[in-house]
Design a protein around this ligand. Structure first.
Ligand code: BGP
Length: 464
């Protein structure tokens, strides 16, 4: 069957500043929480590879843009590193960073690749984290100033902006489940972080629209769908709805509808952990919803009613309201430990169509991290990653189906272009269309999937 996508579909990939740029003498970048955590506990990072050693895009961006072009990209997303542009989070702008992002943007445009820029990808400047990071309302003001600086500097050429990538992840990682600095387990702080991220997003959207820059601004959310163990068991269904409320609707509802879910407000009121909501905040959130929604999808969330006792060693947690369900016989990516469930992407797109006004959206991340890919190197030195081609094909079929049914989905960006630094997993699992040999000055080689993606982009679809 032939799968053809809408005209001008965005074919490309996504990445982030902290995972790709690296640090270089004289680049003027300030410290962020990743630089700092790595200094404190390098052993927490796979093979002790830290954020300074990422894929060297800071010096290789020209070569990279050529490679993107070779694999058929018409668009590409990355993020500005706040701590590169404004090393202390507030105050002086780093001219070397302005030059770098200007050159990078110009290079993309000159090669027919539309730059999509995100403002925040898990990378809080250390100076602001020392004052509480997103738990502190002052960070919202600092972020809005940073956002406006970016719009002023680059908004003449960048026409697709995003306020956050996966803003639930700093909530989960930093304040509930200990996989981001500062590794607290305090739900009251987690709620404040989520609230301030939402408010910061709405305020940045407001500023962007006021500047009348002839582009659009959205947010990128990981809309991991929650499936109950048994659809006919009301307790399982309720538990799945709670997980959905905590992890998806806490950002999706304010971003698209301008309001927090009632179920979420009820729970945080019961727990007495409502953040400080100042006069006018809710009106700002209501009146400044997104123009465009980026959807990251990797895996589903399988949920059952709470069966295990609540852990008394800490205060309340979202998972006091549900348990994870280990579904037998699921398809799994063993390297990342994530279930592969292709239809999840269709379910998200359908939900967005039916319940979120069919807002303009696109798949902003989807992909498969595999360890030890060098064992698939063929005699020409290319990695034959047929599993990745299969993964993308199977997901694209469901994206196609959702579009046929009317979903306003405008593109597909794979995570990622070049293999990059995956936080504490560093370079363990590789996601790219292009391999990066970190032991050999970051040498790039296009994988089989990269060549395949070019044909998909050129044909605006594929036959299968
Ligand atoms: C997403 C993030 C990316 C990227 C990807 C892969 O959640 O937006 O930054 O890292 O996941 O996941 P991981 O790096 O955890 O393997």
């Amino acid at each position: 069957m032939k799968y053809t996508f809408p005209k001008d579909f965005w074919w490309g990939s996504s990445a982030s500043g902290p995972q790709t740029e690296g640090r270089f003498t004289g680049d003027g970048k300030g410290e962020n929480i990743w630089d700092y955590w790595y200094e404190l506990e390098p052993e927490k990072f796979f093979d002790q590879v830290g954020p300074d050693k990422t894929s060297r895009v800071y010096e290789k961006y020209q070569e990279d843009v050529q490679l993107m072009k070779q694999i058929g990209h018409n668009s590409f997303r990355t993020s500005i590193q706040w701590s590169r542009l404004i090393p202390n989070g507030t105050g002086t702008v780093n001219q070397a960073a302005v030059d770098f992002y200007n050159h990078y943007i110009d290079e993309l445009l000159a090669n027919g690749i539309e730059p999509f820029f995100n403002l925040y990808h898990f990378d809080m400047p250390l100076a602001l984290q020392e004052k509480g990071g997103w738990t502190n309302r002052e960070t919202v003001d600092a972020y809005v100033t940073y956002a406006k600086t970016c719009f002023e500097l680059f908004g003449d050429r960048v026409k697709k902006w995003f306020t956050h990538n996966e803003p639930i992840v700093p909530v989960e990682g930093g304040y509930l489940y200990q996989f981001h600095y500062p590794n607290h387990v305090i739900m009251e702080e987690a709620v404040a972080v989520g609230y301030h991220e939402n408010l910061a997003s709405a305020k940045a959207i407001q500023s962007y629209h006021e500047m009348d820059l002839d582009g659009e601004i959205g947010i990128i959310l990981n809309l991991t769908p929650s499936y109950p163990r048994d659809e006919n068991n009301p307790e399982d269904v309720k538990a799945a709805q709670m997980a959905d409320t905590f992890f998806n609707r806490s950002f999706l509802d304010p971003a698209v509808k301008g309001e927090f879910p009632e179920e979420l407000m009820t729970v945080i009121k019961e727990l007495d952990i409502v953040p400080e909501i100042q006069e006018g905040d809710l009106a700002i959130i209501k009146n400044n919803t997104v123009d465009l929604l980026g959807i990251n999808y990797y895996q589903p969330r399988r949920i059952k009613a709470k069966e295990t006792p609540i852990d008394p060693s800490h205060g309340p947690m979202p998972d006091d309201y549900f348990d994870y369900y280990d579904m037998p016989d699921k398809k799994i990516n063993p390297y990342r430990g994530w279930e592969i469930y292709e239809k999840g992407i269709y379910d998200i797109l359908t939900n967005v169509r039916e319940n979120y006004g069919n807002i303009r959206c696109f798949i902003s991340e989807n992909g498969m991290g595999v360890e030890g890919e060098e064992r698939y190197i063929n005699e020409d030195g290319q990695i034959d990653d047929d599993y990745r081609i299969e993964f993308v094909t199977d997901h694209l079929k469901y994206v196609h189906q959702a579009i046929q049914e009317g979903t306003n989905c405008l593109g597909y960006h794979m995570w990622t272009c070049m293999d990059n630094w995956s936080w504490t997993n560093a370079y363990k699992n590789r996601y790219g269309f292009i391999s990066v040999d970190i032991k050999n000055e970051g040498k790039r080689t296009i994988k089989k999937s990269g060549h395949w993606f070019k044909t998909v982009a050129e044909n605006n679809g594929f036959i299968d």
